[in-house]
Each structure stands twice: as C-alpha cells, then as structure tokens.
Design a protein around this ligand. Structure first.
Ligand SMILES: Cc1cc2nc3c(=O)[nH]c(=O)nc-3n(C[C@H](O)[C@H](O)[C@H](O)COP(=O)(O)OP(=O)(O)OC[C@H]3O[C@@H](n4cnc5c(N)ncnc54)[C@H](O)[C@@H]3O)c2cc1C
Length: 400
C-alpha cells in the first residue's frame, strides 16, 4: 500500500509500483486532474497540443462549488493578486434598470467558499504553481489510443507515444479521445455568437466585485469585475448558427449591436482595443451517457461541454478532477475506479448541461411577450426558491 500526501492508504496502487495516468489537455480540467491525481499518489504526465501555456483567453466565473473543490486540493488562487470575490450579481434590462439580484454572496458566506471572477491565465497560473510545469509536455497533439494488456498507449501526431495505466481525455470540446470513443458527432448550436474581452475599466456603476448581466431582445451583455482595475465583458447576439460560426465583424459592429444599452455597456466596448475581442459561436453537445471504456475516461468539456449560462463549465471540470482522484484512490482496480468516477459524476454533469441549455434558450428570447414573462418570473420568484436553486448548484462536497 502507498501512503499519499493526504496520509491515507490508497488501494488502487498496483503492487510494487506507482500507477501512471496520461492526461491529454492542459486546460483547467487537465491541470486540476493532474494536481488531484498526484495528491493520491498517481504519477501523471500531461500532454498539451499548444506550444505554450498562455491562452489569449478572457475571464471566467468560478462559483463556490469550484472554489470548494480547488481548496480541497490545496490550490490557492491568491485573491490578493488574482481575481475578485463576487460581491453583487445583478440581472438588469438593457438600459440598466435592475430586474433582480442573485444571493451568491450569502450562499458563499454560508458555504465558506466565495464565488470569484478571474482571468483564465491567472487561474492557469495558480494551477501550474501547484503542479509544476515540468509535468506538462507542450506541442503534443494526441491522435489516438490503443488499450493494451497492462494499460493504454497514446500516439501523437509527431510520431511519439506515451504509455500509462489510465488515459484521461481532458482535451476539450473537440476532444480526440472522445471522438475515438463515440465516433463523429455534430455540436448543438442554439444560434448566437459570443464576443468576449478583458480591459482596464472604471465607471461609477462598475463597483467592486460586481457581476452585471444585461438582457435585451435576443442579446445579452455581461460586465464583470475581475479585480485589479480589469473588467471582463461578454456580449451575445442571436444569428443563424453558420453566421455565428463564421462571424468576422469588427468592434464597430459590436458597438452597433449594443447602441442604446446602458452607458457602462457602451463604454466597456468603447475602451476595449479591437484586437482584445474574441468571438466564439455558442455550442454544446447533447449529454453523453458513457464517458469511457477500459483504461480510458473523459473529463471536463471533453465529457460534458455546456453552454455558458450557469458559468459552470470550468467549475464542473474542477469537480470532476476531485471525484476522479477520490474514486481512483478508493478503488481496488483502476479501471473500476474510472467507472465509479463516471457514475458518481453523471447526474450532476447532466444537470449542468441540461440546465445551461434551457437557461440559455430563455435568456436569448427575442419576442416581447416571452421576455416580459421571463423578467416577471425572475422579479417575483420568492427569495427562498432562488436561494435553494442556487444553493444546490453551488454546493460541492469537498471532503476527502
Ligand atoms: C464564452 C465562454 C464563456 C465561459 N465562461 C465560463 C465561466 O464563466 N465559468 C466557467 O466555469 N466556465 C466557463 N466557460 C466554460 C469553460 O471555458 C470550459 O468549460 C472549460 O475551459 C473546460 O475546461 P477543459 O479543461 O475541460 O477544456 P479546455 O479548457 O478546452 O482545455 C482543453 C485543452 O486540451 C488541449 N487539446 C485539445 N485537443 C488536444 C489534443 N488532441 N492533444 C493534446 N491537447 C489537446 C487544448 O489545447 C486545451 O488546452 C466558458 C466558455 C466559453 C466558450
């Protein structure tokens, strides 16, 4: 038996040697999985297609559940240097008239884990500080895998190979590992584009720790304090899926889309350099029931890509990583440990995917009557109901 960093005896370790996991993808899910697996005594190799680890990415909300999971791994976001605790979360009309606030702060206080907004590269930095970047092989694009008698072999496009006891496909939305498990699949496209950027920003209504979601007809705008004088904003607009996929308009087109919206919305777009704006089509996939086979499993967006409406894609990947490590540590057989992980995560991940899809549909309403009914519901739904709904999403059992 091997003793781990947690001091617990781990039953999954093959006699006489440390088991090895090959993780494909050094995104939020892959890096967190590497930290978590190492914590339970598994040797980890991470293989990442990109040639460097500094994404041009923008901001991200990490809700209380994700913070609980990260903290259980000893990952410190060092909020004094990176990110910002969410103090207020408000829904507003396009013109800035308030609709309702969400009780995220109260829930965070009750759970002892706040929700935070952070730049993606800051989160990645915190994960790498814990992991040590020597564990990540860059420029390694996984092509396919072959289960073997004692584990699994992965082949890369440069002709290299990696061998391990288990393979964790954390290679995101267009996962090569998933493709081999399931065959080709088409994404689900609800028909809107999402523009995003981070920028230095100040405005009287851009208060410390604010998250402000503005709703217009078939359009939304999010304005989020990620700390240290920086705003993360995103905007959406309904359009045919093919147009959203191929969108290559400029900042002027985005500014036109939000003309007449609240002053702070227009100002955030105005001060953002054109090159800082990223555009992605809204896409997810129908929920996949089977995430693995034999020595292979999936994690994060590779397993359950979701639309962004709950701000839980990365959070769910982080939760996966903790449950994966717990399941392997408790298993007598590694492959059985992977199946336990999958069955423990299925219901929660399905709920996140399905709810994100439904909420996104409602949020992007265009016609006046459905919008009026939606806004009235949100305005009048009793506070305890709102609290309960959010509480269950934001709670993660982080005990080891
Ligand atoms: C507009 C937008 C806003 C979002 N906002 C939020 C939010 O506020 N909160 C939140 O929690 N989530 C949010 N998400 C979702 C979140 O970004 C994802 O759920 C999260 O990044 C998933 O992490 P991952 O590690 O599973 O995948 P990814 O972050 O996609 O990482 C996958 C990694 O695998 C690598 N890779 C891919 N293929 C290969 C290969 N063949 N070989 C080797 N490496 C490979 C990629 O280069 C990448 O580094 C948002 C998403 C979008 C699009």
């Amino acid at each position: 038996m091997t003793r781990t960093e947690t001091g617990r005896k781990d039953r999954c370790m093959p006699r006489g040697r440390v088991p090895k996991a090959i993780v494909i993808g050094a995104g939020i899910g892959g890096l967190t999985a590497a930290v978590a697996l190492r914590r339970v005594g598994v040797d980890v190799e991470v293989h990442e297609r990109a040639s460097d680890l500094w994404p041009a990415g923008t901001g991200l909300s990490l809700m209380s559940n994700a913070l609980s999971a990260l903290r259980s791994l000893g990952i410190d976001l060092a909020l004094e240097r990176r990110g910002r605790v969410i103090e207020t979360f408000q829904f507003l009309h396009a013109t800035g008239r308030p609709v309702r606030s969400l009780p995220l702060k109260e829930i965070g206080d009750r759970l002892g884990s706040p929700s935070v907004s952070i730049h993606r590269s800051d989160l990645q930095q915190a994960l790498l500080e814990k992991l040590g970047d020597r564990s990540v092989r860059l420029g390694a694009s996984a092509m396919d895998f072959t289960p073997t008698a004692d584990g699994v072999r992965v082949c890369f496009t440069d002709g290299s190979e990696a061998h391990g006891d288990v393979l964790i496909g954390a290679d995101g939305f267009r996962s090569a590992v998933r493709r081999q498990l399931t065959g080709p699949e088409e994404p689900r496209e609800p028909g809107y584009v999402c523009w995003m950027a981070t920028t230095p920003f100040s405005h009287p209504r851009f208060t410390d720790g604010c998250v402000r979601h503005y709703w217009g007809p078939g359009q939304r705008f999010g304005l989020i304090d990620i700390g240290h004088g920086q705003a993360y904003w995103w905007g959406t607009k309904n359009m045919p899926p093919a147009t959203a996929r191929a969108w290559n308009g400029g900042k002027a087109e985005i500014a036109r889309a939000f003309a007449g919206w609240a002053d702070e919305v227009r100002e955030a777009i105005r001060v953002t350099p054109e090159h800082a704006i990223v555009s992605v089509p809204a896409q997810d996939r129908p929920f996949l029931e089977r995430w693995g086979e034999g020595p292979v499993t999936l994690l994060g967006d590779a397993a359950h890509p979701m639309l962004t409406s709950l701000g839980q894609g990365a959070g769910t990947a982080v939760e996966d990583a903790v449950v994966l490590a717990r399941s392997l540590a408790a298993a007598t057989d590694l492959r059985q440990g992977l199946r336990t992980y999958e069955s423990m995560r299925r219901a929660r991940a399905r709920r996140m995917v399905d709810l994100s899809h439904r909420v996104s549909h409602i949020e992007q309403y265009e016609r006046p009557l459905p919008r009026k009914l939606r806004d009235a519901y949100l305005r009048w739904v009793p506070a305890p109901v709102l609290y309960r709904q959010n509480m269950s999403l934001l709670t993660f059992d982080s005990s080891w």
